[in-house]
Design a protein around this ligand. Structure first.
Ligand code: B12
Ligand code: SF4
Length: 501
């Protein structure tokens, strides 16, 4: 079967600092290819819609599969799916990915026939099963499938080992457009999947049923050695939770003499506990780290159930500085902040050498706060659920909230972008330009065109065609949490399989 996988375009407010390859879609495409299908990928982060239409005409796919990790992309994917059905009426259209898994039936209904199936959960097992079932009209019998004829039995199947399949990186035609900050170009890789914590604002743990799987050190090193890009973003939610795993991969890389520059994401307590592993990775090329500190006060951290203390957060910053790793910190803005709270964060952000990034507290389907906070939602417009907009009531008038948000976010611009940054990174930028890489150089001047309080405010007044489902409010006690899960924890000897098995 000819299968075209499509990733939607980048969200406006995330494009400033990075644009990364769609790893989950590439792995799903890799599994479909291993199952014998002819596969292509179009990434609308780097291609225009017209180019997708040309591809549809040239390739004439039997099936088109959309990646829907992000809620804010739902309207775009529904619209593009309609376009696919208009141009190729006989093509089977399906979607899968993180966000759509939690609201599969709702999206299927909203698409009014433009999407034939939504696959919940991991794509590596599901996509080959779905493609095999299309000719027999039996997609609704595949676990995890949601179609107008019904839903597949039980929970979606889970990979036992995440060592395989290899992502189909070779199918991405504009790889030079992927970058993260100074790492330009950058590829992405996954060492672990899932998260053992259970923060109330996050759906990473509910998607995987709070399970946690690790790639074998040999497979990780082999994959890294095959990556052409000098920069690598490690997509794990929390890197190096298990020190022996981080050490194991490091050992394999040292043995193979693989040297890259790395960017990863981790938690303060993990950095403090496993300092030696991070130091070893520093020697291997770990230069940048994203630390989800989320709040500067204990009450804020407790509210988010982050299970970390303010003191640990601050000590982790010290450790990262001692290691010489550049840190980007994430803080979650509570829509109830007043002028004084924004001012305090601004002052702190100016004082510390780190990059301070802000995201706005946003209830998503699949998170606990979707059920506990979402009765107060001020909008159900998918496009605003990108953690850069306020979807809960703000204490300040909304336009003032955005003015303060952008003013605070602009500390990044003052400290880390524009002329200041160019002065510090002139040699790196020169090297990039020599190799034709312009992503990072462009980023230095983009802040004011991306972040604009008037535009963020105006985003709330656009006509809305597609809305999220109305949430059902209920308290989520420890026993109810499993109801949020997409996958159940894998049991060793059930019917789970690796692709191709
Ligand atoms: C890495 C990552 C990123 C990378 C993404 C790179 C990329 N282009 O995809 C970067 C850093 C760019 C990023 C940015 C953002 N992210 Co992000 N990100 C993640 C993270 C940590 C891991 C995703 C990942 O790569 N996993 C590894 C791969 C292998 O898994 P996967 O992508 O989920 O794919 C699997 C399944 O989803 C499924 N699948 C995927 N596609 C398809 C397609 C089909 C057809 C099928 C059948 C199946 C399928 O199968 C795959 C293999 O098992 C997740 C958290 C998580 N654990 O999921 C958050 C997460 C997805 N991100 C989140 C958010 C909020 C954002 C931002 C909006 C933040 C911001 N404002 O800056 C931006 C928006 C990016 C954009 N759309 O432009 C939220 C999503 C919220 C939501 N419900 O919409 C998550 C869940 C984090 C969270 N704490 O809640 N992100
Ligand atoms: S915020 Fe981070 S630590 Fe908390 S559950 Fe999500 S991925 Fe895990």
């Amino acid at each position: 079967m000819r299968v075209l996988f499509v990733h939607p375009s980048a969200l406006m407010y995330s494009e400033l600092f990075l644009r990364l390859e769609p790893l989950g879609l590439e792995r799903t495409a890799g599994a479909a290819r291993d199952a014998g299908h002819e596969v292509r990928i179009i990434d609308l982060q780097t291609h225009r819609l017209g180019e997708l239409e040309q591809e549809l005409a040239r390739f004439a796919p039997d099936a088109v599969g959309f990646g829907l990790n992000y809620l804010a992309n739902v309207p775009e994917v529904i619209d593009v799916a309609h376009r696919v059905k208009t141009l190729c009426p006989r093509t089977y259209v399906f979607a899968g990915g993180h966000s759509v898994s939690f609201i599969a039936r709702h999206v299927l209904e909203q698409a009014e026939g433009a999407i034939d199936a939504v696959m919940r959960g991991e794509g590596e097992v599901a996509a080959p099963l779905l493609l095999a079932a299309i000719p027999d009209g039996a997609v609704h019998e595949v676990p995890g499938a949601v179609t107008s004829e019904g839903s597949g039995p039980g929970a979606p199947e889970m990979l036992t080992s995440i060592d395989r399949p290899r992502p189909a990186r070779d199918l991405l035609r504009r790889r030079h457009r992927y970058f993260i900050g100074v790492l330009d170009p950058a590829a992405s890789i996954e060492f672990t999947r899932g998260c053992p914590w259970d923060c109330s604002f996050c759906s990473a743990w509910t998607f995987y049923g709070r399970s946690y799987r690790k790639v074998s050190p040999e497979a990780a090193a082999e994959e890294l050695a095959s990556i052409r890009e000098p920069g690598v973003f490690i997509v794990d939610d929390v890197a190096f939770i298990k020190p022996e795993h981080g050490d194991g991969i490091a050992r394999e890389l040292e043995r193979r003499n693989v040297h890259k520059q790395y960017y990863l994401e981790t938690r303060a307590d993990v950095l403090l506990r496993n300092r030696e592993v991070f130091a070893r990775w520093r020697r291997l090329g770990l230069n940048y780290m994203f630390l989800g500190m989320e709040a500067l006060d204990g009450d804020g951290l407790d509210l988010l159930r982050k299970r970390v203390t303010t003191d640990e957060n601050m000590r982790a910053l010290e450790v990262a500085r001692e290691l010489g790793v550049t840190v980007a910190i994430n803080l979650i803005v509570d829509p109830q902040w007043d002028l004084e709270q924004f001012r305090a964060i601004r002052e702190w952000a100016l004082r510390v050498p780190e990059i301070v990034h802000l995201s706005v507290m946003t209830p998503y389907p699949g998170t606990e706060i979707w059920h506990t906070e979402s009765r107060k939602l001020t909008t159900l417009d998918y496009r605003l659920f990108d953690i850069q907009h306020a979807v809960l009531p703000t204490k300040l008038p909304l336009d003032v909230f955005y003015r303060e948000l952008v003013r605070t976010q602009a500390v990044i611009n003052r400290k880390h972008l524009g002329v200041t940054a160019l002065a510090k990174t002139a040699r790196i930028v020169g090297g990039h330009l020599l190799h034709g890489q312009t992503n990072f150089a462009r980023m230095l001047w983009k802040f004011n065109t991306v972040y604009n309080p008037q535009r963020q405010y105006a985003d709330h007044h656009r006509p809305v065609r597609y809305e999220l489902p109305v949430p059902h409010h209920h308290e989520v006690g420890p026993r109810d949490r499993q109801e949020l899960y997409i996958h159940s924890r894998p049991e060793r000897k059930s019917s789970q399989r690796t692709p191709g098995s």
